[in-house]
Ligand binder design. Structure first.
Ligand SMILES: *[C@@H]1O[C@H](CO)[C@@H](O)[C@H](O)[C@H]1NC(C)=O
Length: 354
């Protein structure tokens, strides 16, 4: 009798101990799973948002936690926004927030803040968007050992235009190309921007640099000198070229401007130097090529008078094709790089709003 009771007690203890161990194991497994599983996840509602130069934009980013895992109040969560470079090799700091501490970096300083529409909102608002803001952004949430990221692309409305200097075609290495676009109030276009322009009908039979260091050109009407008559339309790719030694034209991209683009009404025509001075006298500057393209594409600017531009070229923007003014297509017409002493042309000016 006694021994039987003892046996029962022992087995009870054993069972108890086994249950204890098993439940420990279960607990352990639960913790183990939650620490390595999706306890914190980041969601970007849109993979792409569109704005324009001077606009405000919100890059969406929300984070979600497992309901069981209570947040540790002693742990401050970090929200970090960075910009990815086109080659993905490095990231540019944009904004970091940890509790009440917030910091924005470089050209983003004073232009970015968290939307904070809800407790789990990490969306970033960028104000007064610039051409350099174009690109992909990474939202990273760091909570103790947990960490998750999401990526949002910021796209800009605008226009792509081919560009070469007065000194002639195929004269720009990559650094020259960057400077040439900058000088015309633009940036070197990305492949995506050139591709979109090609889909909208851009056809250009001279190869130009793109921002990733590749050299390409868009063809909508295949013909013999542009890759062959029997080829399919497309963006033709010369591949990545030596950024220092290779020389091509460039594709530039620009977006809306804050200012006024106009043809200067004046009784006489100008030499190039007179044109520069005439705009200055009018409280403006001689317009840049990018500004003419933006006025034409984004505001429907139309004027059938050839005028000097800052790069020493003469062009005119036609939005309503008509006889003697680009009859077959809406386009910025390129007259050429005339002798700067020729007094045959008007001038386009640009006055920036402050
Ligand atoms: C952009 O946001 C700033 C700051 O919130 C505001 O002052 C400005 O008016 C906004 N601009 C536009 C174009 O909505």
């Amino acid at each position: 009798m006694n021994s039987l009771l003892l046996l029962a007690l022992v087995s009870l203890c054993l069972a108890d101990s086994f249950d204890q161990q098993f439940s420990n194991l279960v607990n352990y497994r639960t913790i183990y799973i939650s620490e390595n599983g999706p306890r914190l996840s980041v969601v970007t509602e849109q993979s792409k948002v569109i704005s324009h130069r001077g606009g405000n934009v919100t890059l969406p980013c929300k984070f979600f936690r497992d309901s069981q895992a209570a947040p540790n109040p002693n742990q401050k969560m970090r929200i970090k926004w960075t910009k990815l470079t086109s080659d993905y090799l490095k990231e540019i700091d944009v904004f970091v927030s940890m509790g009440y501490h917030k910091k924005s970096y470089g050209s983003y300083h004073g232009r970015v803040f968290l939307q904070q529409a809800s407790d789990n909102d990490a969306s970033l608002v960028i104000t007064d968007v610039t051409l350099d803001d174009y690109g992909k952004y990474k939202c990273e949430i760091i909570d103790g050992l947990e960490d998750d990221t999401g990526v949002v692309a910021l796209d800009l409305e605008g226009v792509v235009f081919p560009f070469f200097l007065r000194i002639g075609r195929y004269n720009l290495n990559f650094a020259d190309a960057e400077k040439a676009c900058l000088d015309q109030d633009a940036r070197v276009a990305s492949f995506d921007q050139l591709y979109d322009a090609w889909r909208s009908g851009l056809d250009w039979c001279n190869a130009g640099w793109l921002s990733d260091g590749s050299v390409q050109y868009p063809i909508t009407q295949p013909r013999e000198p542009c890759g062959g008559k029997d080829t399919v339309p497309g963006v033709r790719n010369y591949g990545f070229r030596d950024r220092e030694k290779s020389r091509y034209d460039v594709f530039c991209f620009t977006s809306n401007y804050k200012g006024r683009f106009y043809y200067l009404i004046h009784p006489t025509k100008f030499t190039y130097d007179e044109a520069v001075q005439a705009c200055q006298k009018d409280g403006s500057e001689i317009a840049k090529v990018g500004q003419m393209y933006a006025a034409w594409k984004l505001m429907g600017y139309d004027r059938c008078d050839g005028g000097w531009l800052a790069d020493g070229s003469v062009r005119y923007p036609i939005s309503r094709p008509r006889r003697r003014c680009s009859p077959t297509e809406a386009a910025v017409r390129f007259v050429g790089f005339p002798d700067k002493k020729h007094k045959l042309y008007g001038v386009y000016c640009f006055r920036a709003y402050n």
